[in-house]
Design a protein around this ligand. Structure first.
Ligand code: ATP
Ligand code: MG
Length: 555
């Protein structure tokens, strides 16, 4: 069975029809990132869709780097993108670089020139912008529009040969400056840029623009269904125009779907790069980043991301997905398969004054209350323990049933303890609490003598491994896409919270980067791959255990 089967959606229906009618014998899709940054969760939606459809219909999917802009692209990004796609669980059929088609694109641009459908323009960028007109007013023709075919061929070749400086000339398609579709108003298709390219080096100093390059790339590869986001809907007629007029053998078709937007989540490589460049985060894989590598480092699993992408569906209606939905699928994935350990993030020493000094006993605790097949483990118990500071209040508030002087609670998997004394430092801070335990109340002993209202967890101080816990809050307090200018003002100064505490020692032996587990009453954790050491694990909280978020499962 396919792991990537997509839920029903309009693109899938189109494909079913195309295969049924014989328009296509088989399909080819592609995932075409520009290697100018790391992939984010929005890209995952596109990856799941393109790879998922190819797999489901027994077609092919190309991994294609849309690398037509030498200034922004880098091999570091190429490598990270390949790695992320594979980590998500996908395999491409062929891998291509758009830059490998530069010769072909150049040749096709000359076809346009020869047909009188393209011209070399000496107008400046500002002049071209001014010529374009507005949605309500037609544009005006460039004074260079009527150059002869010979002149255009000569100038274009000299552009290629490096005779002209950056910005001095462009090649424009010659279509219709009064077209109601602004994209038809003589779009620029080539520009001069004397910059080294990560793949082609210094071979080229002219580079094709996206709107020209993309349809040609699709056609060259024989893509049948070219799936992109809605912003490109208005460009579809131009896409078709380029395919037709450059006399491509294949006719790919473009289909648009709504991009993924998520609450409190920056979904633009440009902004994410800013966070990296300004050192606001610890690189592209900072666990707070919505990049695939950030999610991986935080502890998200490929399964949870794929399920998320499947459940959000594919449509033409723009919407904003609650980021808690991704958390939900992570919990669903990890709940049955991770070990549940006891750990305290904010430790308070608890001394059992009537428990013999030097004594230690082994208690049996289940590994996963939601999955019996995971068995149980032995946890040591002794006179000194750590509990969570939150589980004690010297002066309890109303309805507080955990530890306070005079109150009795159960220590998970162990005994009832009653708090008798509070030890403070000279500033009045509670540093230790003294309790007595009742040996009769051992868990599993069938004790029914009296009841307590609360069970708290603990770690044996003799067998506690010091750990650093990293808790995360959204990086951006409110990401209003229209308010780009103030983006950096919206950074949440408290998005990383570091705690020093303890986790049971035994199960933490031999842990390695990306290992995952639950901490009782707290959350899911993953071992950080950058800072964690054997002596001092650094544990990233993937998500807290509980959330108010509810999801309606599809039937
Ligand atoms: P960004 O604006 O973040 O740089 P992009 O669209 O420019 O994104 P590309 O590298 O060009 O990034 O994208 C590769 C593919 O991923 C494209 O087909 C694009 O449509 C798709 N994609 C990018 N962002 C999203 C998103 N938020 N939701 C769904 N698909 C997306
Ligand atoms: Mg882009």
């Amino acid at each position: 069975m396919s792991i990537t089967t997509t839920a029903p959606n309009f693109i899938k229906n189109i494909i079913i029809d195309d295969l049924k009618s014989g328009k296509h014998k088989s399909i080819i899709t592609r995932f075409p990132p520009e290697p100018n940054g790391y992939l984010h969760i929005g890209h995952a939606k596109s990856i799941c869709l393109n790879f998922g459809l190819a797999e489901e219909f027994d077609g092919k999917v190309n991994m294609r780097f849309d690398d037509t802009n030498p200034l922004k692209e880098d091999v570091e990004y190429v490598e990270s993108i390949k790695n992320d796609v594979q980590w998500l669980g996908f395999k491409w059929d062929d891998l291509f670089f758009a830059s490998d088609y530069f010769d072909e694109m150049y040749r096709r641009a000359k076809i346009l020139i020869k047909k009188g459908l393209a011209f070399v323009d000496d107008s400046t960028q500002e002049e071209i912008r001014a010529q374009r007109g507005t949605l309500t007013e037609p544009g005006t023709n460039s004074p260079y529009r009527d150059r002869t075919v010979e002149e255009n061929l000569d100038l274009f070749e000299r552009m290629k040969d490096g005779e002209f400086p950056d910005g001095s000339k462009v090649l424009r398609a010659k279509i219709d400056m009064s077209s109601p579709n602004i994209h038809f108003r003589d779009p620029v298709i080539y520009r001069i840029s004397h910059n080294e390219h990560h793949n082609t080096g210094n071979k080229w100093c002219i580079y094709p623009m996206y709107s020209f390059a993309h349809p040609l790339e699709d056609a060259i590869e024989g893509i049948t269904h070219s799936i992109c986001t809605l912003e490109f809907e208005d460009q579809r007629p131009l896409y078709d125009w380029f395919v037709e007029n450059t006399e491509m053998e294949n006719t790919p078709r473009q289909y648009e779907f709504a991009r993924l937007n998520m609450t409190n989540t920056v979904m633009s490589k440009r902004k994410l790069k800013l966070l990296v460049d300004e050192n606001i985060v610890d690189g592209w894989d900072d666990p707070r980043m919505p990049t695939i590598s950030g999610l991986r480092r935080r502890g998200f699993t490929p399964e949870s991301i794929r399920t998320f992408c499947q459940e959000i569906g594919v449509s033409k209606a723009a919407s904003v997905v609650d980021s808690q939905m991704l958390d939900f699928f992570l919990r669903e994935d990890l709940l049955p398969k991770t070990q549940t350990l006891m750990g305290v993030l904010n430790p308070l020493k608890l001394v059992i004054t009537n428990y013999p000094e030097g004594k230690s006993e082994k208690l049996t605790i289940e590994n996963n209350p939601k999955n019996e097949s995971m068995g149980s483990r032995e946890v040591t118990f002794s006179r000194e323990l750590y509990i969570e500071r939150e589980d004690f209040m010297e002066v309890p508030v109303k309805k507080y049933f955990r530890l306070f002087p005079g109150n009795e609670v159960r220590l998970k998997g162990a005994y009832f303890v009653k708090c008798n004394e509070v030890i403070k430092d000279e500033d009045g801070n509670v540093i230790e609490i003294h309790c007595t335990y009742d040996p009769e109340t051992k868990s599993g002993s069938g004790f029914t003598g009296r009841k307590v209202k609360s069970t708290i967890h603990w770690v044996d101080a003799n067998n506690a491994l010091p750990c650093e816990f990293r808790l995360f809050e959204p990086l951006i307090l409110d990401d209003d896409e229209d308010d780009s200018a103030h983006f950096l003002d919206k950074i949440n100064p408290n998005s990383l919270i570091i705690k020093e505490g303890f986790v049971e020692k035994e199960p933490m032996k031999n842990i390695k980067a990306f290992d995952k587990f639950q901490l009782v009453r707290n959350g899911f954790y993953s071992v950080d791959n950058k800072y964690s050491t054997e002596e001092k694990p650094v544990l990233n909280r993937i998500v807290p255990l509980k959330s108010s978020f509810k999801i309606k499962k599809q039937g």
